[in-house]
Write a new protein. Structure first.
Length: 254
């Protein structure tokens, strides 16, 4: 009667059959359970052991007597259902985490732009880590003065600069807005792989950046609790964005 429901909450079809028999019997010897089941004796014993492990039945052993199997209170089924629900939520979260990669791979297989969308700090770290695999020089456009108002940006950027320096990946950076008179002190190793220019126009504040690298474009937005990162992988979009970057680069100041 309940076999289908029991199967849906984590019991195998065979376990569901034996459990339903136990519901009717309450307690019984293995021989009695076997006689009412469609399974072979050895399989019944194995199923009973499985149900014991799942805390749905218990075995009562007394000296000199045959073991008795007794069903536990049906509330144990509810606990099993809750455990199964937690498991599915865990699996669902894992699928959600890899979904951007799955969609990107699918799109690339059909020559469509691959797009990965992330939210939160971990997503931003993933995008920054991706740039550290770049085989090309990275082009970065950002409003650093606006972004530095965000503590998250300051912390991530500090760690990212160290990693990029170790990886030796070159980068050209265009900072939007008016250049500050104060000269920033940089390590020589960092300066060797980094060129910075300033696009000194009266622009509205925007807490976002774009990186152009390795046939990819990444966008990052940090504005208080809003943290969004996007990677687009497509050669044509990459080449198009390189054009505007180089144009602005040539019209920016050191």
């Amino acid at each position: 009667m309940y076999e289908k429901i029991f199967s849906q909450i984590g019991l195998s079809e065979q376990e569901a059959v034996i459990y339903e028999i136990m519901l009717r019997l309450g307690q019984a010897k293995a021989k009695e359970i076997y006689q009412k089941s469609p399974f072979k004796r050895g399989l019944v014993y194995k199923i009973l052991d499985n149900l014991i492990e799942k805390h749905l039945i218990i075995r009562i052993d007394k000296p000199g007597k045959v073991s008795i199997f007794q069903i536990e209170h049906p509330e144990k089924i509810d606990a099993l259902a809750e455990a199964q629900e937690k498991k599915f939520r865990y699996y669902k979260k894992n699928v959600e985490n890899i979904m951007p990669e799955l969609i990107s791979n699918y799109n690339l297989a059909f020559n469509k732009p691959g797009v990965k969308f992330y939210e939160g700090i971990e997503g931003m770290r993933k995008v920054l880590e991706d740039t550290l695999k770049s085989k090309t020089e990275i082009y970065l456009f950002l409003n650093k003065n606006a972004l530095e108002q965000e503590e998250t940006f300051r912390e991530l950027n500090k760690k990212y600069k160290i990693k990029r320096e170790k990886a030796g990946i070159k980068k050209k950076i265009i900072r939007a807005g008016i250049k500050k008179n104060k000269k920033e002190s940089q390590e020589k190793d960092y300066e060797a792989i980094t060129e910075i220019r300033y696009f000194q126009k009266d622009l509205p504040d925007f807490k976002a950046s774009v990186q152009i690298y390795d046939n990819k474009i990444s966008y990052q937005i940090i504005n208080k609790d809003q943290i969004i990162s996007i990677i687009i992988e497509d050669r044509h979009i990459y080449e198009m964005n390189k054009i505007w970057f180089k144009y602005i680069w040539e019209n920016s100041l050191n």
